[in-house]
Design a protein around this ligand. Structure first.
Ligand code: TMP
Ligand code: ZN
Length: 405
């Protein structure tokens, strides 16, 4: 009999393993040369619960290992993302019946969204366990340097009261104990308050064969169907959903404690998600295997033709792509604008990370676009991509079609 896994969302016994990526290094574990020997690898297994439709990692890594002081992601490194957060904050404040609402952000990173909310008159507080909290604090934003959990929620409630708006972007999908976090959020939501969160959207991952969205930090791959079931179990109500193009396709969920009529968007999305079942997930697995093989062939072919190859964007997603390949040696370096990543090496495959300026100095013939979710912004600001002699490679055919749409 096949080994049975328990769903970490609904606790049912029907979590099925879909893709086994084998052992992977930490997706965000960009490292120095002297750390190569002590680098650790962990199993990466992607599963789907046939009872509640929640796609998830099987046996995810503990948060203490994943989110350390050196966590290198900084929200404000992308101008588009800053604009995106501004728009989110604007519409949340606009919808609030209060003129200066109390706004709490879970996983506030460098405080990009809170800065905007404060400028719009909100009273703000952020919660952020990683080192990026310091950047937010330097902006004079109140930040609790901690991992959000129901115990922390209880103490915030006792000392600071309830919140009219709670936001969490690209955070809930990272959460280890989702039940505990939702319990905490419910505890902190004021009467008439709204919880808005946004995360990569499973149907988009399937549609684009974006297998690189599957990595250690992404423990949950939400759909409206699975989120609706999850929230109902917690006595929360999903009232509206809004598709987003950021991060290669995300969904924004508007959640309240109770009352109020549902927007039609929730029902429509659930209807459109009927195609998602175990069979579709297995198809995604087959497509993923084909894409990895195609990428390997393209890299080998470029090398045979004597073309120099570089990667663009030392993303956490790139760790999955590069470590899924059998041979990655032809990639000379990966460029990234984040100063904390430059001078370090990519996890597992140890390709050097350099500034994008290097690309302008070298005769690189092929660029593997690893930061594809920022593609519009990158080609706009970087004229090297207009040079016809330079070939662009993507890790998935449908991603390539989507970004160049
Ligand atoms: P993300 O996919 O997790 O947002 O990470 C994006 C990475 O890509 C981050 O390390 C910064 C880098 N990047 C560039 O190198 N150039 C750019 O123009 C942008 C927007 C991001
Ligand atoms: Zn389940």
């Amino acid at each position: 009999m096949a080994f049975r896994y328990r769903c970490r969302a609904c606790n049912g016994p029907n979590l099925k393993k879909v893709i086994d990526f084998g052992k992977m290094p930490l997706a965000n574990g960009f490292l120095a040369e002297e750390e190569f020997e002590s680098e650790k690898f962990y199993p990466l297994e992607f599963g789907f619960c046939v009872d509640c439709s929640m796609a998830q990692l099987i046996n995810p890594i503990a948060p203490s290992v994943l989110f350390t002081e050196n966590y290198p992601f900084v929200s404000s490194s992308s101008g588009r993302m800053v604009n995106h957060f501004d728009e989110l904050v604007d519409s949340a404040i606009h919808e609030s019946p209060k003129s200066s609402p109390r706004l709490l952000e879970i996983g506030c990173n460098d405080g990009a969204a809170l800065e905007r909310a404060r400028a719009k008159g909100a009273m703000v507080l952020g919660i952020e366990p990683s080192g990026t909290a310091k950047i937010a604090k330097e902006k004079g934003i109140g930040v609790l340097e901690a991992t959000f959990a129901s115990l922390l929620a209880k103490s915030i409630r006792q000392t600071q009261g309830l919140w009219d708006i709670i936001i969490a972007t690209n955070t809930l999908c990272h959460v280890h104990d989702l039940d505990d976090v939702l319990f905490g959020i419910k505890m902190l939501l004021a009467e008439g308050g709204v919880f808005i969160f946004e995360d990569p959207y499973l149907p988009d991952i399937l549609r684009l064969t974006a297998y690189d969205q599957i990595y250690d930090e992404h423990k949950w791959y939400f759909s409206v169907t699975s989120v609706n079931r999850l929230l109902t179990r917690h006595g929360l109500k999903l009232v509206m959903v809004e598709p987003q193009t950021v991060h290669g396709g995300s969904m924004r969920y508007w959640v309240i404690n109770e009352g109020e009529k549902r927007d039609d968007s929730v029902r429509q999305a659930i209807e459109q998600e009927q195609f998602i079942d175990l069979e579709r997930l297995y198809e995604f697995k087959r497509e993923t295997i084909v894409e990895i093989r195609n990428l390997q062939d393209s890299l080998d072919e470029s090398l045979k033709r004597g073309r120099k190859i570089a990667g663009y964007g030392a993303t956490s997603k790139s760790t999955v792509i590069l470590n899924a390949l059998e041979r990655w040696l032809p990639i000379q370096y990966i460029t990234d604008t984040t100063p904390q990543k430059q001078g370090r090496f990519s996890p597992g495959v140890h390709i050097p990370i350099v500034s994008p300026d290097k690309l302008r100095e070298d005769d690189i013939g092929v660029v593997l676009m690893l930061a594809w979710n920022h593609f519009d912004e990158i080609i706009e600001k970087d004229p090297i991509f207009n040079e016809r002699s330079r070939k662009l490679l993507f890790h998935s055919r449908r991603v390539a079609e989507w970004v160049t749409r």
